[in-house]
Every structure is written in structure tokens, then in C-alpha cells.
Design a protein around this ligand. Structure first.
Ligand code: ZN
Ligand code: ZN
Length: 362
């Protein structure tokens, strides 16, 4: 789908909401609608126009990334506020939607003062609701981000040894992702040995991999702007029967949840499948986050697989499925894969083996 198609989709949405124009201030949304990957630029979408308000630093990049886009290139002396206000006046816009999630209070107040006749409408999640369904090009980019992450992991895993620190493994992942064509990791990788794996967002430290019997690695790659997100637990020593029980439970919860994914099933129902299995085994209190999240231009985006989400799954959504059990002082197990909702059900995009016997590194 071209940038123009996405803008037209947004226009239809705006018409339905009775709000003709929108000032897009979320840079990720600007990227989605235009293909422009720079910052500090806002997009004004009206029924007839789509104009990017930017500055001279970006003109070369804009010529390459979106040569057909209408531009207002503000001079260093003209602030963003005056440039936007001038454009809104010139286009005689009477009613303007703003993105309440990213518009700053300062800019909002400035616009109210500069444009007393314009009626401002708070909107939220308009462009995000389009981003929820991935088009062909986006799916291809996510697949590449998955492949890149998996190739990087294979190299890191093959070289893994007990003398490495968590930090060294995380840095190596970052390096390998770039070697395989990614623009970087989709977030700073989590590499957490033993008890540190009980922290869902552990930051890599100087602890050695060999100090404990298992290590949790949560990583992803970014390619063509799109993200992948995986978690595996690798076994580096001798594991206890307790570890095995916890691992098999998380794996079962994940598998059942993935099997439940198909169009029409509610987001909360998928969460409930995994949570029910973990609850019944007495670990309900040890799974303190949602089951998964959308991935795309951002590492966490709509939709969310969580108890509060009552929307149905739709073809074209891409979500992570990542149940976990975290026992303070002992450690944690999380298994995470990326799943595309298809018309007939689902497709698991990630392929790193996840059975217990696949987790051993020698
Ligand atoms: Zn993750
Ligand atoms: Zn995730």
C-alpha cells in the first residue's frame, strides 16, 4: 500500500468521525503516512491536501523518501507553532483534529491563541487504528525483521560460553543484528541469568553466563523500520525438576494461546487461555503482564492481548505471544513468538525451536 493509500484511508476515517482535518504530531504516525523517517516534522491532512511541515535539515532526505509530498519548509527563524498556524489559516481550516497523545500542552495553547476561530477536536488512536492491520509491504518487512533476529541469535547462541557477561551477549546480539542487515535491535536486548530472569525487564549486567544454569534472552531486530520481538531461555547447566515444570507450563500456555488465534476471537480471550493454564497450576500471581502486544513500526503498539481488551482479532494483525512465570529470587521463564493473524487462523512468523530439549547449549 502506498503512502497515498494510507492517507486516503485516514481521510475516510476522519470523514466518518465528522472531523475533516488532522494535525499528525506523532512522528511514528507521520512515518506511517508518508514514508518519511526523520523527526521534528508534523503532517497536516485535509480532504484535499497532505502537507508536511518540516525544516531545511530534511529536504534531501524528503526528496529521496517521499518526493511527491507537499512541503512547508520553515526557516530557522520560524517556529513550528507559527508555521503550523500559518498553514492552517492559508488552507482555511475551520475544524482541526489533534492527536491528544502527542500534542504538547505548549503547542496546543499556542495554536488556540493563534487560531481563535478554529475549532480543535481531541482525537486519539486514529492513525494507530489503521496501523493495527498490516499491509503486504509491512508484513514483508516484519518477516525480514524476524529472519534478521533469528540469524543473529543463531550466531550468538553458537558462540555462547560461561565466561561471557550478560552485557557482552547483549552487545554481540546488537552487532550480529547489524551484520545481518538490521538497522539495530528493536530494543536493548534483555540477557538475564538465573534469578535475574525473574525481572521481566532486566538490564544486562557484568554477571557471567556460567554463574547460573539458565539465561533468558529477549531480543528483536529492526529492519526497514519494522520490529521483531522474541524470547528464549537457554540452559547452560543442570536444571531442576522445578525449572522443567515451570518451563513446560509456560510452553503449554503459549502453545494453547497461539492455537486460539484466529479472526473473530477477542483479544482478551487469547490472554485468558494462557492465563487460565498458568492460574490452574497455581502460578497466577507470577504472570504479571499481558500476554502480548502488537509489533510494527513500534515495538509495543496496538493491539494488546490483555484481559481488558474486548476487540476481536482481525486478519493482518501481528502480535507477540509471551506468557511468563517469574519467581523472585529463583528466576523466570518467558517464551515469546510473533504471530500473524490470517484469514484462516494464524501463522507463527518466528521459527527458533522452543521445546525444552532445544534449549540446551553445550
Ligand atoms: Zn520481547
Ligand atoms: Zn514483547
Amino acid at each position: 500500500m502506498s503512502a497515498g493509500d494510507r492517507i486516503n484511508k485516514l481521510r475516510r476515517q476522519l470523514r466518518r468521525d465528522g472531523c475533516g482535518s488532522l494535525l499528525v504530531t506523532n512522528f511514528v504516525n507521520v512515518t506511517y503516512l508518508t514514508g518519511f523517517t526523520g523527526d521534528d516534522s508534523y503532517l497536516l491532512v485535509t480532504p484535499q491536501h497532505a502537507v508536511l511541515v518540516t525544516d531545511a535539515r530534511y529536504t534531501t532526505q524528503l526528496a529521496e523518501e517521499c518526493p511527491d509530498l507537499e512541503l512547508v519548509v520553515r526557516s530557522p527563524a520560524t517556529g513550528m507553532l507559527s508555521a503550523v498556524a500559518e498553514l492552517v489559516s492559508r488552507l482555511a481550516i475551520r475544524q482541526l483534529g489533534i492527536e491528544s497523545g502527542t500534542m504538547t500542552v505548549g503547542l496546543h495553547q499556542g495554536l488556540l491563541a493563534a487560531l481563535p476561530k478554529v475549532q480543535f477536536e481531541m482525537t486519539s488512536g486514529l492513525v494507530e487504528s489503521l496501523r493495527i492491520i498490516k499491509d503486504r509491504g509491512e508484513m514483508a518487512a516484519i518477516r525480514e525483521a524476524v529472519t534478521c533476529a533469528e540469524r543473529a541469535f543463531a550466531v550468538v547462541r553458537a558462540a555462547l560460553h560461561g565466561d561471557q557477561t550478560e552485557k557482552e551477549v547483549a552487545d554481540d546480539l546488537e552487532h550480529q543484528v547489524r551484520r545481518f542487515g538490521g538497522s539495530g535491535c528493536s530494543f536493548p536486548p534483555i540477557v538475564a541469568v538465573g534469578p535475574r530472569a525473574a525481572l521481566p525487564h532486566a538490564r544486562p549486567t557484568q554477571q557471567h553466563i556460567g554463574e547460573h544454569d539458565f539465561v533468558l534472552i529477549d531480543w528483536g531486530a529492526r529492519k526497514q523500520g519494522y520490529m521483531s520481538d522474541l524470547t528464549r531461555v537457554l540452559i547452560t547447566g543442570k536444571i531442576s525438576p522445578k525449572f522443567e515444570r515451570v518451563y513446560q507450563l509456560v510452553l503449554k500456555a503459549q502453545q494453547r494461546a497461539i492455537e486460539a488465534i484466529r479472526p473473530g476471537v477477542l483479544l482478551c480471550e487469547v490472554d485468558k487461555v494462557a492465563r487460565g493454564i498458568i492460574d490452574r497450576a497455581g502460578h497466577g500471581g507470577h504472570f504479571g503482564h499481558g500476554l502480548g502486544h502488537g509489533i510494527g513500526l513500534e515495538i509495543h503498539e496496538a493491539p494488546r492481548l490483555a484481559g481488558s481488551q474486548t476487540e476481536p482479532l482481525r486478519p493482518g494483525m501481528v502480535v507477540t505471544v509471551e506468557p511468563g512465570i517469574y519467581l523472585p529470587g529463583w528466576g523466570g521463564v518467558r517464551i515469546e513468538d510473533d504471530v500473524l493473524v490470517t484469514r484462516g487462523g494464524h501463522e507463527v512468523l518466528t521459527s527458533v525451536p522452543r521445546d525444552l530439549e532445544d534449549c540446551w547449549v553445550s
